[in-house]
Every structure is written in structure tokens, then in C-alpha cells.
Design a protein around this ligand. Structure first.
Ligand SMILES: *Cc1c(COP(=O)(O)O)cnc(C)c1O
Length: 383
């Protein structure tokens, strides 16, 4: 099976365009001028996408999204700080855990994962707790795809003189973020979600004000965003070996994103999402209300059939017969499972998904019934 493309309907990593993948065949020296130029281009394109010129810098960090988040927390939250983490899913929980592991006395408020964060609840908390220094939250909680109100939360934090650290992993590139309108302090994304690049690098977008602020608490080399930034600014180089092929692919992916534009990318994902809703409508239901659904992924429930991880394992294995890949884990509190809408999704995959769901839920368990010869041949035929 290696050597064959899977039909990825996952919220990252995702199906890449050939153009982006083609960039990964060039070997470059990590400290060579041509690679420095590509690194600078990637950094500039990211800053441009948030309209942050002159006020923000983008710092690529080796490692996936979680590495970028941990680097941001390690570099911009001191042990004596008192961050408030607002949680409505697993990635918010992860931010809290990272702070706790670092010995920071973080506090948190949690709302159910099928609800967006509540402005009035956060406001009330900040009113009562004047010692809060940072507000940490996830823009689009990929746990369910719920979108949190970025602008109002950042505005509220600013009114209280509280710094914002935002996990925008799955929103950047598919949900408009403009730093002129939403003056966040730190925002983190990664290469393999709506940028539509390969996995392997995260991007910390930090205000120059935060980057220029003093720290005495830094206790990690690899997570030090400021040191990485200083090195980029001084020499154009990474401190340690960068993922050269991934960065070349990211440059192409960001170019394509800039040309397509965030709003058109959002429309493309929304039409995929809505096609998935229609394709599965007889058997599964969106968890979230339409107004809080993001374009990037869809959480579905099938209350009578998919109740446990084991049930989902059976559906997953069934879909694999069609070369279709959804996210593997059931979110047990909401009993929902996720289908990604990002990346180069071929409309044929969604037609195949409709057939696969019908076979599974109607009890036919049936691709082999239709075409006993070979599932791969079926998939090739469908293509
Ligand atoms: C994917 C994701 C992450 C984690 O990224 P990894 O690359 O898996 O470490 C964090 N937060 C959100 C909101 C995500 O969607």
C-alpha cells in the first residue's frame, strides 16, 4: 500500500497539491544564500497574510504545531505570570497542560466542546481577577471545529492589559485574521493545516513589542522564539538544522494561499463541508449549530451506531476499503467523529464517501460486494 495516495479527509496532514510536493525534491544547503532567501520569503508571506507589516514578525520553529505552542508559552510566559486558559476542547486543554508542566500557575475556564467560548464569562473572570497576565485560547478548536470569537476576546484582553497567546493552527489560512483589526500579541500556526503544506514546521507570529520585551526566565534552547528570531534577523539563518524540503514546499503553499486568498479558500472548504453533510445526511448529523461551524472540519454524530471508539474503529476500517481516511479518534464527551475539509479534496472522494456510508449504515458492509476483484481497482476506476 505504500506508494499509493490515500484520500485524506483528515484535519491535517492533508492532501497536497502536486505543485507543493514538487518543491520537496530539491536539496539545498541550510546555510546557503538560496535557502536564506526562501526562509525570508516564507516569513514575509506569513506576516503579509495577517497584515502585520512593521508590527509583527513570523518565526518558523522546527517541529509541528504543538512545538510552536510550547515554544510560545515558554518564551512569553514567565513562571511568575498568571495565565488564564479558556478551554472548549482538547487543544485548549493541551495549552493548560503545557503551562502546568512548566510549573506556571495557570488558571482555566472551560465550556462544553460544542459551544464557543463565552465573552461574558471571560469578561466576568477578568473583572474579578486582576492578577491575570495572559489569555490563552484556541481560535478554531479542531476537536469539534467550533470557531471562537477571536476579535471580541482579543479586544477584551486588551481592555484589561492582558497579553493574548492564540492557537490558530487550524484557522490560519481559512479564517480571516487581520492584525490591524485584531491586535493579538502572539498567534501560532503550522505548515500542515490550511496553509496546505507538509507537516514539520510551526510559525509563531509575534508582535515586535513582545519580541523586544525582556525575559530572564528562558530555560530552553530549542523553544526560545526570541533567540530564533534574533538569529533570523542577524544572519537569515536558522539556529539548528531546518527542514529544508518542507520550507521550500511551504514557500510554494503560501504563494498559492496568497493567490487564492483566505476568503476563497474558506469558501472552498465550506463547499466541501456542506457536500460532506449532504453525502452523510441519512446516517450522521453535524454536532454543531451552523453558525458556529468553521470551514475546516466537521464533527458528526451517528447516535445509534457510533457510540464507542470500537464502533468508530469499524467505520474507519470500512472507509479504508474505499481508500478514504477520516480522523481516527472518537471525541467521547460528544460522541462525535471528525472529517476534515481542508487540502486538495477531489469531489469524487465525497461521492465515494456517500457510497461508503450507505454501505456501512445500511449493513451491506459492501465495497467487496460491488466489486469483488480488488478494492484498489475500484478506487482507480472511480478516479
Ligand atoms: C493540529 C492542531 C494542533 C497540534 O498540532 P500538531 O502539529 O499535531 O502538534 C494544535 N492545536 C490545534 C487547534 C490544532 O488543530
Amino acid at each position: 500500500m505504500a506508494g499509493q495516495h490515500r484520500f485524506l479527509l483528515t484535519p491535517g496532514p492533508l492532501a497536497l497539491s502536486d505543485e507543493v510536493k514538487a518543491q520537496m525534491q530539491y536539496d539545498l544547503g541550510s546555510r546557503d544564500a538560496s535557502f536564506k532567501t526562501i526562509t525570508a520569503e516564507v516569513r514575509n508571506l506569513i506576516v503579509d497574510l495577517v497584515g502585520g507589516n512593521g508590527a509583527y514578525s513570523a518565526i518558523p520553529m522546527q517541529g509541528g504545531g504543538s512545538y510552536g505552542i510550547e515554544a510560545a508559552l515558554a518564551s512569553f510566559v514567565a513562571p511568575s505570570d498568571r495565565p488564564l486558559v479558556c478551554i472548549n476542547g482538547i487543544y485548549g486543554e493541551r495549552m493548560l497542560k503545557m503551562l502546568q508542566l512548566r510549573g506556571v500557575h495557570a488558571v482555566s475556564i472551560t465550556v462544553p466542546s460544542d459551544q464557543p467560548l463565552s465573552i461574558s464569562q471571560i469578561s466576568e473572570y477578568l473583572e474579578k481577577n486582576s492578577k491575570i497576565t495572559h489569555l490563552c485560547f484556541v481560535h478554531c478548536e479542531t476537536t469539534t471545529g467550533v470557531i471562537n470569537p477571536l476579535g471580541p476576546i482579543v479586544e477584551l484582553a486588551k481592555q484589561h492589559g492582558v497579553k493574548t497567546i492564540i492557537d490558530a493552527m487550524s484557522s490560519f489560512g481559512a479564517v480571516e485574521i487581520n492584525s490591524k483589526q485584531v491586535e493579538f500579541d502572539i498567534l501560532v500556526t503550522s505548515s500542515n493545516k490550511c496553509i496546505e503544506g507538509p507537516p514539520g514546521v510551526s510559525f509563531v507570529i509575534a508582535s515586535l513589542e513582545m519580541l523586544n520585551s525582556n525575559v530572564e526566565h528562558m530555560n530552553s534552547f530549542v523553544l526560545d522564539v526570541r533567540d530564533q528570531w534574533n538569529t533570523f534577523e542577524k544572519s537569515g539563518e536558522w539556529r539548528s538544522t531546518p527542514p529544508t524540503h518542507v520550507i521550500q514546499a511551504c514557500a510554494k503553499a503560501l504563494e498559492r494561499l496568497t493567490i487564492e486568498g483566505v476568503s476563497r479558500r474558506a469558501e472552498r472548504y465550506c463547499s466541501v463541508r456542506d457536500a460532506i453533510i449532504r453525502a452523510t445526511a441519512s446516517y450522521a448529523f453535524p454536532l454543531l449549530d451552523a453558525r458556529i461551524r468553521s470551514p475546516v472540519c466537521l464533527a458528526l454524530t451517528a447516535p445509534d451506531v457510533i457510540r464507542t471508539q470500537k464502533d468508530l474503529d469499524a467505520l474507519y476500517a470500512h472507509l479504508v476499503d474505499y481508500n478514504l481516511y477520516i480522523y481516527t479518534k472518537l471525541h467521547s464527551p460528544s460522541r462525535s467523529f471528525r472529517i476534515g475539509c481542508m487540502g486538495r479534496i477531489d469531489p469524487m472522494w465525497i461521492r465515494l464517501l456517500a457510497i461508503a456510508f450507505k454501505d456501512f449504515f445500511d449493513g451491506n458492509r459492501g465495497i467487496r460486494r460491488h466489486l469483488p476483484a480488488s478494492k484498489n481497482r475500484f478506487v482507480e476506476k472511480a478516479l
